[in-house]
Design a protein around this ligand. Structure first.
Ligand code: CP
Length: 308
């Protein structure tokens, strides 16, 4: 039974919650292959997307998901809002909620903002990425893409490679994979793979080649140039040379693996330019799964989630 008003982190979900979202997402994913793709089951509900950091995939897919389900969707724009006149963040979100928004989708650079909003707003809060903490719908869409590829989302071996330190995607994905009984390995430059990820159930293995051996999925993380303080690695060129994942490395693995990446991709840095569009790449499937997962999340929160 679904008991959550909000989706602020994978950390709050049980294995059953995750499987419930995936089952509905699988339904919507199949529907996206056909026309018409839309439904009016959430007609009359409103969603406001508040993105205080840049986004292409998450923001657009939430907007598309809401519209495909018949919702009114408003994209709040920082530029031209009263935040520019000094209105506080708290007053801004309270004002929007008083317009009777049913769902707020929030991305913010500060870790914990969705949890904070959930303490005083009466609507449903969905975390679209908060600081270094969580990006729950990204992990769910990744699971859906894996489930469609492997037929199951249990007993897989997933190697997550790259900038784990700055990655909310990695944190949510490790939590989700472990709750479903998968093996998770993390690797990359040791300076970007913190020891505390082991507390989430992941195993650190170096170098990258060893970490990828035996994996069903090689999941590459973006080098977050906007979050790099100096000194984690000498240069992007050297990162690409020593840690970037290349087709010949994939071919050398004893077991065939697929490649995933949350996007946006730095082609030629964490992943070889051509690998992005190869058959073994699930990157575009992840994008489509993103729409389906966000449809499922909106449907479940609005139809099953209790509001205070
Ligand atoms: N993966 C992801 O969150 O992409 P965007 O930043 O484009 O939303």
């Amino acid at each position: 039974m679904w008991t959550h008003q909000h989706l602020t982190g994978i950390c709050h979900l049980s294995r059953e919650d995750i499987l419930f979202i995936l089952s509905r997402a699988m339904y919507w994913r199949e529907l996206l292959e056909h026309s018409p793709k839309s439904s009016d089951i959430l007609s009359g509900y409103s969603m406001v997307c508040l993105f205080f950091e840049p986004s292409t995939r998450t923001r657009t897919s939430f907007e598309m998901a809401g519209k495909l389900l018949g919702m009114n969707v408003i994209n709040f724009s920082l530029e031209g809002s009263s935040l520019e006149k000094g209105e506080s963040f708290r007053d801004t979100v309270r004002t929007i909620t008083r317009m009777k928004a049913d769902v707020l989708v929030v991305r913010h650079r500060a870790s914990g903002i969705p949890e904070y909003l959930a303490t005083f707003l009466p609507c449903h809060i969905v975390n679209a990425g908060d600081g270094l903490r969580e990006h729950p719908t990204q992990a769910l869409l990744d699971l859906l893409a894996m489930q469609r590829t492997f037929g199951s989302i249990e007993n897989l071996q997933v190697a997550i490679i790259g900038d784990v330190l700055h990655s909310r995607v990695a944190r949510s994905l490790v939590l989700a994979l472990k709750k479903l009984g998968n093996k998770v390995i993390v690797s990359g430059p040791p300076t970007l793979v913190p020891k505390d990820v082991e507390a989430l159930g992941a195993v650190r293995i170096f170098p990258v080649e060893k970490a990828a051996e035996g994996a069903d999925v090689v999941y590459l993380l973006r080098i977050q140039r906007e979050r790099q303080e100096a000194g984690y690695f000498p240069s992007l060129r050297e990162y690409a040379q020593f840690f970037g994942f290349k087709e010949n490395l994939l071919r050398q693995l004893q077991k065939p693996a697929v490649v995933m990446h949350p996007g946006p991709v730095n082609r030629g840095v964490e992943i070889e330019y051509s690998l992005v569009e190869r058959d073994v790449s699930l990157i575009e499937e992840q994008v489509t799964c993103g729409v389906a997962v966000r449809m499922a999340v909106l449907e479940i929160l609005l139809r099953e989630g209790k509001v205070r």
